[in-house]
Design a protein around this ligand. Structure first.
Ligand SMILES: Cc1cc2nc3c(=O)[nH]c(=O)nc-3n(C[C@H](O)[C@H](O)[C@H](O)COP(=O)(O)OP(=O)(O)OC[C@H]3O[C@@H](n4cnc5c(N)ncnc54)[C@H](O)[C@@H]3O)c2cc1C
Ligand SMILES: *[C@@H]1O[C@H](CO)[C@@H](O)[C@H](O)[C@H]1NC(C)=O
Ligand SMILES: *[C@@H]1O[C@H](CO)[C@@H](O)[C@H](O)[C@H]1NC(C)=O
Length: 599
């Protein structure tokens, strides 16, 4: 007995001596090693799960990240430099259809290292819809408002507005926040002191039926409110990303977690058998080098909504027809992989400030309105509701014909849930992000329709993992998406024409009345449509390409986030969110990842 005990100590200390930890740059140190969990992607989903799993010191974790560790790069940590990273190698910059680029962070922290830092939650019913899309397969109640609210609070470390920030308009309901989670959330130190953000809130609530709210984070989100940012309140000029929130505090503290950077996962490895079982991950760089690592327990894919479906397809999990056309051996025919892609469309309205008006601060901007069907369409709301109802089948048929959903019936089941949220539950249909200094230096509203009925695809076109997949969101394939885009822009134009906002601007500079003329509706629909098609951008919010849904709807993962037909392969990132929400994505995805880690 004594000998066995000693042997165990020897084995334990030997494995500890070999355990890798910290940031690893040399792939040879990892090659051929085994870890309990191998996580692909060190972005939002990946680092939350890595942190929580490694709380148990008996578990070993490896994260493989395609980008580098850029936490000390000011294009990453400085909140005032939003967009500076876009034209650098820190951005994947996937080309998508109609010439629109979709941005995504290629660096530790993923897109949370380059995003706009807005921290927003959606409407209660939209979280409850997650369980509905699983056909009720949610025994633990994780995929409901209650489950997601608890998980979002777990991630949040909130610091409410100070006197200065309150004077600028910021307010809070402490019941909606946690102060103890890792993700730092607060208002900017240099918040705009000019009255313009308060004017926006006043005008859109008094004159345009979007209720004013003290704090929108409690599940009642179709309102206008000041929203906080993911800014580190201990280090106030710095971004709080999944890297600084979930990795920096444990770096050097835990022997059981390593992050390999500048290496891209090229294939998930499986043994033959049913259910399919992941044994490890192959990775390398575009120079052709390849290495392998073993997973004792699970492989977790957190490569984001574009690269996660691409990696599954490269590994033989996806639509059989697609895989065969590219020359990939089929491991599992799972047609939902890469389908159901939903991306939003952005246009910005701009107005010139009167001489002498000083916004007095640097931002980032804080005030956001989420108009619902009634606020957006007024007396036309019931006509629009009928338009949706009458056209639902044609949206579904069109998506099925394009191969963007697994079938027209599946799409109808999903669309009925979406229709109910949009028409009966009063969720926000558009985001109006009130912006200081953008698009043309004065004031602006960045507007996007939130809940597209258009569905698209992510499909590999080659067996080369370094060739980008084809990304086709099929922007505006469902015409209702365009009608909502027009309505959102008309409303955005109108708010600047109402006092007191009107008193601090001179004229519209984007698009300008010469380009889209003005009338009592806020401009002719045909002119708006043309201007939108000419100039819209992607919102960089792709989701749903490995949807957490019932398999009959085209789901790829179940309520446990395991890929259907496998016993140890999970997906934890934006690709599992099955439907867009009326909010920016990150706050909800942090909740989703906390839920995942809990399992
Ligand atoms: C420009 C921009 C602005 C945004 N603004 C906001 C905002 O203001 N508020 C908000 O809430 N949300 C915002 N978002 C959205 C939000 O940041 C993302 O939805 C979220 O980060 C997605 O999380 P994820 O885990 O799916 O992917 P990511 O956080 O993008 O992480 C994926 C990671 O996987 C890595 N990876 C990919 N493929 C591989 C591979 N094969 N091998 C190894 N590693 C790989 C990537 O390099 C990346 O680090 C914005 C996004 C962008 C791009
Ligand atoms: C906005 O509402 C206020 C208060 O009801 C009203 O006095 C004002 O005339 C309205 N302005 C516009 C442009 O409708
Ligand atoms: C309401 O519908 C009418 C008739 O289709 C249209 O002319 C008008 O522009 C719409 N108004 C708004 C604000 O959408």
């Amino acid at each position: 007995m004594r000998t066995i005990f000693l042997l165990e100590i020897l084995v334990l200390s030997a494995s500890n001596a070999w355990a890798l930890s910290g940031i690893i740059t040399d792939p040879n140190q990892v090659n051929g090693q085994s870890f309990d969990y191998v996580i692909v992607g060190g972005g939002l989903g990946g680092l939350v799960v890595a942190n929580r799993l490694s709380e148990d010191s008996s578990i070993t974790v490896l994260v493989i990240e395609a980008g580098g560790d850029d936490r000390t790069n000011n294009k990453v940590y400085d909140p005032y430099q939003y967009s500076a990273a876009f034209s650098t190698p820190l951005n994947w910059a996937w080309p998508s259809s109609q010439g629109r680029t979709i941005n995504g962070g290629k660096t530790l922290g993923g897109s949370t290292s380059i995003n706009g830092l807005a921290q927003t939650r959606a409407q209660k019913d939209q979280y409850d819809a997650l369980a509905t899309l699983l056909n009720g397969d949610d025994a633990d109640g994780k995929w409901t408002w209650d489950g997601m609210f608890a998980a979002m609070l777990k991630s949040e470390g909130f610091s409410g507005p100070n006197d200065n920030q309150q004077a600028a308009g910021a307010s809070q309901n402490p019941a909606y926040h946690s102060t103890t989670g890792p993700l730092q959330v607060t208002y900017p130190d240099d918040i705009y002191q000019g009255p313009h953000q308060k004017y926006f809130k006043q005008v859109i609530s008094t004159n345009f039926s979007v209720p004013a709210s003290v704090d929108a984070d409690g599940g009642d989100a179709a309102v206008v409110a000041f929203h906080p940012n993911t800014i580190d309140w201990h280090d106030s000029d710095h971004r709080s990303s999944s890297a600084t929130a979930y990795w920096s505090p444990i770096e050097g503290q835990r022997e059981n977690i390593a992050i390999l950077i500048n290496q891209q996962a090229t294939k998930i490895l499986f043994n033959s058998g049913t259910p399919v079982h992941a044994t490890g991950v192959q990775f390398g760089t575009s120079d052709g080098s390849r290495y392998e690592v073993d997973a004792n327990r699970e492989v977790i894919v957190s490569a984001g909504a574009i690269q996660s479906p691409a990696l599954l397809q490269l590994s033989g999990i996806g639509d059989q027809g697609l895989l065969q056309s590219v020359g990939i051996d089929v491991v599992l025919d799972l047609p939902g992989v890469g389908k159901n892609l939903q991306e939003q469309t952005l246009d910005s309205i701009g107005w010139t400030l009167i001489d002498g008006f000083n916004p007095d601060g640097r931002g980032p901007s804080d005030c956001i309105a989420y108009p619902n069907l009634d606020a957006l369409f007024g007396s036309n709301a019931s006509a629009i509701a009928n338009t949706i109802d009458n056209n639902l089948q044609s949206y579904a048929d069109d998506a099925a014909q394009a191969g963007a959903v697994i079938s027209s019936d599946a799409a109808m089941s999903i669309f009925r849930i979406q229709q109910d949220l949009m028409v009966n539950k009063g969720v926000g249909l558009a985001e109006m992000f009130f912006d200081t200094g953008f698009p043309n230096g004065g004031l602006g509203v960045d507007m996007w329709q939130l809940l597209p009925f258009s569905r698209g695809t992510v499909s590999i076109t080659s067996t080369d993992p370094f060739t980008y997949p084809a990304v086709d969101p099929r922007y505006f394939a469902a015409d209702i998406d365009m009608q909502i885009q027009v309505a959102g822009l008309r409303l955005s134009r109108k708010v600047f024409q109402a006092a007191p906002l009107r008193s601090i601007v001179t004229s519209e500079n984007a698009p300008g009345f010469n380009t889209v003329s003005d009338d009592s509706d806020g401009g002719p629909e045909d002119q708006w449509r043309q201007w939108i098609l000419d100039g819209f951008a992607s919102v960089h919010h792709p989701i749903a390409t490995c949807s957490m849904m019932a398999q009959e709807y085209g789901g790829v993962v179940g309520s446990d986030l395991k890929v259907y037909g496998t016993d140890n392969l999970r997906v934890v990132d934006a690709s599992v969110l099955p439907m867009q929400i009326s909010a920016h994505l990150a706050a909800s995805l942090y909740g989703l990842a906390e839920n995942a880690a809990d399992m």
